[in-house]
Design a protein around this ligand. Structure first.
Ligand code: GTR
Length: 411
């Protein structure tokens, strides 16, 4: 049945399965020169590096070599009736106290053992996670959000707690997980400025134009998540074999790219990540490559523009992004009414990544067709479609942590 697009989506986009043109997906297990990849060794030595390079040059752009971070603890206290500790840490992303920094909010359950942690960027500032005035308003550029009084790209008191429904922090703590969150705008502001500001600015001479294969903003956010990983890796209170990266929507795309590029993340969760995330670009349903590049010219590298209305020419598709995470667990989450993100395309990328997982000797996706709503497929490639629209709900977090409990057990 044809479902009407939701508000804010493009009514002119295709939403009809019957109108998807025929297409052939690139095979994750065939190298660019036609060689079949039949062993784990050939995957690691030939195909994985090749795919990574293709995603770097054609989709997200190459990030510069990382600089070592430095950090300063801003505050530390006990929260949730002393069940947890909360630390605010300023992370200098290039090690330089005059350079860009990201304010990390790190909340860890008290435990005599190192705890697993979920690293996740947030959309509105750390202060949007709770009503607590001890978390300062971000001073970074923010997206306007009139319903919370933000009209001049500056955070205001009214936006405090604005995103708390998406962040059931106490529940995460009660389940034994920590949360490490940073405001995404601290790393790179989410607008097109020719890659001058944010993390890009720290690596280039002012006014330079970036080459077409150089990092866009998603790769910039990924750079930031990897610097958070640098910090988390130094903390004895954290279990370094149970580091999770999670993100929603554009930050779900970012979580997948982070998982693909940074193996220190042991488990990856994308929520409603859609085009440029888990959804297959060649399906051209809901948001298309042309549409995303037009709306958000800064998210991807300029080479990605070559594939506007020309998806078949792209040497990769998004199932191979999932394959780059193999053999680590990845959970792809869709929402039934999130037509813009193409739930079926998100499922299929998991399904078509399955052979890469099997080659590496793990299970893949334990489903060959889309499961009923709200049923978690808890295999190494996990999948869940829940009822409702584009959002993060407390029930989604329960699924994330059920997945992590099972997939990281015994690690
Ligand atoms: C939409 C965009 C999607 C998704 C979403 C979000 O406008 O078209 O690709 O990223 O924003 O991040 O909320």
């Amino acid at each position: 049945t044809f479902a009407m697009p939701l508000l804010g989506q493009d009514a002119k986009a295709n939403y009809d399965e019957a109108k998807i043109p025929d297409f052939t997906l690139p095979d994750p297990l065939v190298a660019q020169d036609g060689t079949k990849i039949t062993t784990a060794e050939a995957w690691e030595k030939i195909r994985r590096p090749e795919l990574l390079e293709l995603f770097e040059t054609e989709v997200y752009g190459k990030a510069p070599t990382a600089k070592p971070i430095s950090s300063r603890v801003v505050s530390e206290r006990e929260v949730f009736d002393d069940k947890a500790t909360e630390r605010q840490v300023r992370i200098f992303l290039t090690g330089d106290e005059d350079g860009p920094y990201a304010d990390l909010l790190l909340i860890l359950p008290k435990s005599d053992k190192p705890v697993p942690v979920v690293a996740a960027l947030n959309f509105k500032g750390n202060h949007s996670l709770s009503d607590d005035p001890a978390i300062p308003l971000t001073k970074s550029w923010v997206r306007n959000d009139a319903s919370n009084g933000v009209t001049k790209h500056v955070a205001v008191e009214q936006s405090r707690g604005a995103a708390k429904a998406r962040w059931p922090v106490e529940r995460i703590i009660d389940r034994g997980y920590g949360l490490a969150t940073v405001y995404y705008g601290d790393i790179d502001p989410d607008f097109d400025d020719g890659f001058q500001n944010g993390i890009h600015g720290a690596f280039r001479t002012e006014g330079d134009k970036l080459a077409a294969d150089q990092w866009g903003t998603i790769a910039g956010w990924t750079y930031g998540l990897s610097r958070i990983a640098d910090y988390l890796e130094e903390q004895d209170a954290i279990d370094h074999d149970r580091m999770i990266v999670m993100g929603h929507s554009r930050l779900g795309k970012t979580a997948l790219w982070t998982g693909a590029t940074d193996p220190r993340f042991d488990l990856v969760i994308s929520n409603n990540s859609g085009c440029g995330g888990a959804a297959l670009s060649r399906r051209r349903i809901g948001e298309s490559v042309w549409r995303i590049n037009k709306s958000f010219p800064h998210w991807f590298c300029d080479n990605f523009l070559k594939y506007d209305n020309n998806e078949d020419a792209c040497p990769v598709d998004q199932h191979e992004l999932i394959a780059l995470i193999a053999p680590r667990p990845v959970l792809i989450c869709s929402a039934q009414e999130d037509y813009w993100a193409d739930p079926k395309g998100e499922f299929l990328s998991g399904l078509y990544a399955d052979p890469a997982y099997r080659l590496l000797g793990t299970d893949g996706l334990a489903a060959d067709k889309m499961p009923p709503v709200n049923k978690l497929i808890n295999s190494r490639i996990g999948y869940r479609i829940r009822s409702g629209g584009h959002n993060v709900l407390p029930s989604d977090w329960e699924a994330y942590l059920d997945f992590a409990d099972k997939q990281l057990r015994g690690k």
